[in-house]
Design a protein around this ligand. Structure first.
Ligand code: SF4
Ligand code: SF4
Length: 147
């Protein structure tokens, strides 16, 4: 059960008015984002579907003050799987920006998290490149074996 102090019915519209948050109201709370999220699989308290529900209900203070909005690794798996193209990873970025603007987190924290996100993306790209080279090399060997 979600506990809350005050509902702000404009919260979802605020999120929707920002770049990255446009599709927030498309969510029908299916939970596919949570099911595929690597952070959720490690920390059960991190739950994208629950965040979506809180946003749609208007639980602005609870969402923006939540330490969990800083746990997303921006891997975008939730974006790839969402049947409604909600783009939860982009919504997290909107929430972080709002949290900084409204005094729930210092600007330095946003900068720090962005640097971590950039670093993680670089590492992911580099790993995918390595994997692609290995797969292509194996394919070449297999092709030669077929000759
Ligand atoms: S964001 Fe997408 S995947 Fe997540 S609950 Fe909403 S509709 Fe489902
Ligand atoms: S972008 Fe964030 S919420 Fe989405 S799957 Fe990755 S860690 Fe989970």
């Amino acid at each position: 059960m979600l506990a809350c102090t005050l509902l702000d019915t404009e919260f979802k519209n605020e999120v929707a008015s920002r770049p990255g948050g446009e599709k927030v109201k498309n969510c029908y709370l299916c939970g596919t984002c949570t099911a595929g999220c690597p952070v959720s699989s490690l920390y059960s308290e991190y739950n994208p579907r629950r965040f979506m529900r809180m946003i749609l209900l208007g639980m602005k203070e609870e969402v923006l003050s939540s330490p969990e909005i800083w746990q997303c690794s921006q891997c975008h798996i939730c974006v790839a799987h969402c049947p409604q193209d909600v783009r939860f990873a982009d919504i997290v970025r909107v929430l972080r920006q709002m949290a900084v603007e409204e005094g729930y987190a210092p600007e330095s924290m946003l900068k720090e998290i962005e640097n971590i996100d950039i670093e993680l993306r670089k590492q992911r790209i580099s790993k995918v490149k390595e994997l692609t080279i290995k797969v292509n090399a194996q394919k070449e060997l297999n092709d030669q074996g077929d000759l």
